[in-house]
Design a binder for this molecule. Sequence first.
Ligand SMILES: [Cu+2]
Length: 132
Amino acid sequence: MKLRMMVCAALFGTGMMTAHDAAIAGAADYAFEPVNAAVKNGPESELAVRLIHKPSNKPVDGAIVFRTRLDMSPDSMGEMTAKVEPLPASQNGVYRFKAHLTMAGQWALKLMAKVPGEAETLEGSVVFRAQD
Ligand SMILES: [Cu+2]
């Protein structure tokens, strides 16, 4: 990562940024992060993640989240899953889900998504701490 940034900076200096950008753009340029990692334990818990385009630090709207899995892998309970449903329409890069949590502790929301103009599939894992 560090090396790539250095190469990036070097190319920027020579004015080759545009071509270089197109060559390295991909799923690694995006990150899912929790809006608020602390959530309520229970069947009506709301999980919100923000999708960021890292080079510009801008939120990304219009992503299609086509696969989710919610499990307690951060607490070594990867087999323990909970039902998760998408809630309507994102704004400012925020995607919300209703989660049927059954236990206090750490839950990982794993997502696969497509964003407009990006060929690669995005994969993310966002950890939430559920409290009673
Ligand atoms: Cu558990």
